[in-house]
Design a protein around this ligand. Structure first.
Ligand SMILES: [Zn+2]
Length: 254
């Protein structure tokens, strides 16, 4: 009997990670295939309670936003906009909390994308990505991940200086750690992932990359890991000016 990717229950079906709707269909892409060997994991009834609304939410949150490659934009102009129209814009508005401002940006000759500036529904995004990272972990290592996952959405902009420094620091650290390492996933223009080695605390990280430029980082903290609070982070949290060096780059906090 196969176990669920999230829990110890018996699996009753298989689920796509990431959701299948993120991968454009050939008919919308002049026959190009972006659905080769999609990753699936065994899932129990509870964890498979067909999260189609979350899947669409994720699709709208990622496809066509600034930073996408041409596949992401084409997906946005095809299936994603259709789904948004079908929902009378509710789907689009649901990706943000509070006020939004709309812009139209030219991304290529005669190609325009609607850009919304606002605060994304990050709690909902977190739930979606926790499932994806659990699924990828199961797929990669063959067993359920037990522990905490800390997510970091590198593609979101912030006007908070510490948040921006933190984003740049993580990116630089991962660029060094993941340089030349395998990228997993057969449709890399849509999605691939990479994994770092474990550090001295047994922590490791996933980097997820969607549409060539949208990065989400997940720090994996296994339940047995003995994580001491890092002195440097205590300084940052205490509001003290702190500088981190990664390679020849400096990242300043506070
Ligand atoms: Zn389950």
């Amino acid at each position: 009997m196969e176990k669920c990717y999230m829990c110890d229950r018996q699996a009753t079906s298989r689920e796509h990670v990431p959701p299948k709707c993120l991968f454009p269909e050939g008919k919308d892409m002049d026959g190009e295939n972006h659905r080769s060997n999609l990753i699936t994991v065994p899932s129990c009834d509870l964890h498979n309670t067909a999260k189609s609304r979350d899947d669409e939410f994720l699709m709208v949150s990622l496809a066509g936003i600034i930073g996408n490659n041409s596949i992401g934009y084409r997906h946005k102009f095809g299936k994603v906009n259709k789904a948004i129209r079908r929902s009378a814009n509710k789907l689009l508005l649901a990706t943000f909390k509070g006020k939004q401002r709309f812009y139209v940006v030219e991304v290529g000759p005669n190609k325009f994308v609607d850009v919304i500036w606002g605060t994304p529904d990050s709690e909902r995004l977190k739930v979606c990505f926790e499932h994806i990272v659990h699924g990828l972990h199961f797929h990669h290592f063959g067993h359920t991940f037990k522990g905490r996952i800390k997510l970091h959405f590198a593609y979101l902009w912030s006007d908070n200086k510490n948040a921006t420094s933190f984003r740049d620091l993580i990116k630089a650290k991962l660029d060094v750690e993941l340089a030349g390492r395998d990228k997993f996933g057969e449709n890399q223009g849509v999605f691939y992932y990479q994994i770092t080695d474990r550090d001295q605390f047994d922590l490791y990280m996933f980097r997820l990359c969607f549409y060539g430029g949208i990065n989400v980082h997940a720090a994996m903290i296994p339940e047995h890991a003995d994580v001491q609070k890092d002195l440097a982070w205590m300084l940052v949290e205490g509001g003290i000016k702190t500088i981190f060096n990664v390679g020849d780059k400096k990242f300043e906090f506070n």
